[in-house]
Structure formats: C-alpha cells, structure tokens
Design a protein around this ligand. Sequence first.
Ligand SMILES: Cc1cc2nc3c(=O)[nH]c(=O)nc-3n(C[C@H](O)[C@H](O)[C@H](O)COP(=O)(O)O)c2cc1C
Ligand SMILES: Nc1ncnc2c1ncn2[C@@H]1O[C@H](COP(=O)(O)OP(=O)(O)OP(=O)(O)O)[C@@H](O)[C@H]1O
Length: 316
Amino acid sequence: MKIVSHIDELPVLTNPAVTIGNFDGVHLGHQRIFREVMRRRGPKVVISFDRPTGFWLGKPDYRGEILPLETKWRIFERFGFEYAVRLSFQEIHSLLALEFVLQLVHRMKDPLVIVGEDFHFGRDRTGNIHLLREWQNRYGYRLKVVSFVKKAKDVVSSTAIRHAVAAGDMELAAKLLGRAYVYQGKVFEGDKIGQKIGFPTINIAVGTQVIPKEGVYASWTLTEDGWHPSMSYVGYRPTVHGKDLRMESHVLSGIPVVGKTVACAFVKKIRDEKTFHNLEELKKMLYNDRVKVLWTLRFYSIKKTLKGLEDRSLWL
Ligand SMILES: Cc1cc2nc3c(=O)[nH]c(=O)nc-3n(C[C@H](O)[C@H](O)[C@H](O)COP(=O)(O)O)c2cc1C
Ligand SMILES: Nc1ncnc2c1ncn2[C@@H]1O[C@H](COP(=O)(O)OP(=O)(O)OP(=O)(O)O)[C@@H](O)[C@H]1O
C-alpha cells in the first residue's frame, strides 16, 4: 500500500473506489464499507487522518485512540487498499466540503465514493451524503452509501467502543469491534515487587489509546516471541501506595519476556481493583485470579480473540 500525505500526491487514478473517514478501530461498520470497496475492480483508496478528529477537536467524550496509530494503517493494507492518503487534521479541518470534493475529482477519473449513512466531512461537518448525492453529476463521481451496521440494540461506532473500553466492558467492545481491544505500549522497569511475590509483571507505558477501567483482566500479551496467555492489571496499586496509573501484565507461563514494546489484548474483566492489607493477601488473590483467567481463556484462543488479526507485525 502506498501512503501519501496529500490527495494530489496520488497518481491520476481511473475508476478508483474511495472511502473517507477516521476509521479508528476499523470496527464492524468500517469493515462493511471496506468490503464494499474491495468488491470493486479499480484502484482501492482510503483517505483517513493521522489521529481521530475527536482528539484534535478536544471532544469531551474522546478518551483516546482505539487502535495504536500505526496499526490502523497496517490494517488498511491488510484489507487490500492499494493507496492511503494520510491527511493531517490541521490541513483538512478548514477545507470547505466543496473544496474537498474538487481535490478528489482533480486526481481521480470517475471515482466511486463509498461511505456510511452518517458520513460528514468538510469545515464544521457541513458536507454529508445528501450534498454528495446532489453534486454527483456536476462534479463527475458516483456515490455508494453503505447502510448502518447495528448489533442488536447497540450502535456500532468508535465512540461507543471507547466508552465500553473505559467502562471495562471488554465483551461489548469486542462485539462492536469484531475482535478484542488491544493496547500497545513501551515496556518500562517497575519496582520489582511483583517478582518478590512470584508474579513478575511487564509494565506497559501509558500512551494515547483509551485506557481500560481499573481492574484485573483475562488477556493475551504479545511480545517478540508471540502471544502469551496473561492476566493484566490497570490501576493505581493502592496496596503498595502507588501514585500513578499503571498497566501491568503477568504472563501466566512465567516465560521471560523480551521486547521493548508489547501489546495486550483485553478479553474480559474478572474483578475490580482492591486494596489489600499486605502483599501476602494480594498474592493469595493473584492465585485465585490465575485460576479464573485460565478458565476464561479456555473459551478464547488468540485466533478467536483477534479474528485473523493476530500477526505480530500488525501490533508491534
Ligand atoms: C493480575 C494482577 C492483579 C493485581 N491486582 C491488584 C489489586 O487489586 N490491588 C493492588 O493494589 N494491586 C494490584 N496489582 C498490582 C500489584 O500491586 C503490582 O503488580 C505489584 O505492586 C508489582 O509492581 P511492580 O511490577 O512495579 O513491582 C495487581 C497486579 C496483577 C498482575
Ligand atoms: N455502524 C456503522 N455502519 C456503517 N458505516 C459506519 C458505521 N459507523 C461508521 N460508519 C461509517 O464509517 C465511515 C468513517 O466514520 P468514522 O470513523 O467517523 O466512524 P464512527 O465509528 O461513527 O466514529 P465516531 O463514533 O467517532 O463518530 C463513515 O463513512 C461512517 O458513515
């Protein structure tokens, strides 16, 4: 997949199928659009942003990215896109809807634009599918609107997924995403207390993705040597009077973990975080957690957890 940073850096494309959006998460709704694009013969183009617009606009319900920033582009490639335009928000947010359409048709001959029902674009989100429909003949493109994907009563949207993750509802997040939520981050050295009590942990630096609610999770942790069943903790470590929010993963097999960056697929929350009187009590609880996690993961192989997106190269 060729990635460019402006539409006018694309070669002139004939009959391309083009889609536009944040696509944070590449959730089930986005996937329906991508499948529509892939059914077409012409070059396949995705136009997206360096970071979701919610981040730049400082929306109060924006809690971070769903996908690690680079992973989103790798998943586009995996879906079969041949070209990706990686626009910076600063550049695009002041463009009028019409200016955007003109840029598009300047570089593309008879493009087919494929978007969802609630697609908005251009300055102040003034562009929408009604305008796009109206302008089709005048500016020389075709429009295909993909119907909205819903999961029973649940709306599939990046916003809903961010909420689910922040609330610790990993099963809902996975239902809307079509795979488990994955957090990726750099490893840093902790205080080594975990080692002393027989539960060494990988400490994952907090980055810009949505942070799951404080608690303990059944998870899979990806290191340089593959995915490992694990139990992960998000919280302030009240038992040891911790100060900052930590994300830690204990690999159940105890295999020494290598790598500067790891990824953690959160499968299911198994309990809330607790304050223990001492490390002995915490240790006892960790043995219980281990049993619960092993039991939970019996039903979630890594293949079932990530639905074909388990390649290391997508996440690290
Ligand atoms: C599965 C798991 C569950 C945990 N649950 C709690 C908890 O409920 N309360 C708490 O204070 N710390 C909890 N911890 C965090 C431990 O206090 C922490 O791993 C320990 O302090 C080691 O930190 P270190 O790696 O920086 O040395 C948990 C850790 C893991 C791996
Ligand atoms: N559930 C869905 N079904 C079909 N298409 C969808 C769905 N959700 C979003 N889309 C479409 O995907 C494209 C990209 O939209 P965007 O990434 O902004 O999605 P979003 O999930 O609605 O995000 P947000 O929650 O931040 O508004 C748009 O064309 C949009 O209409």
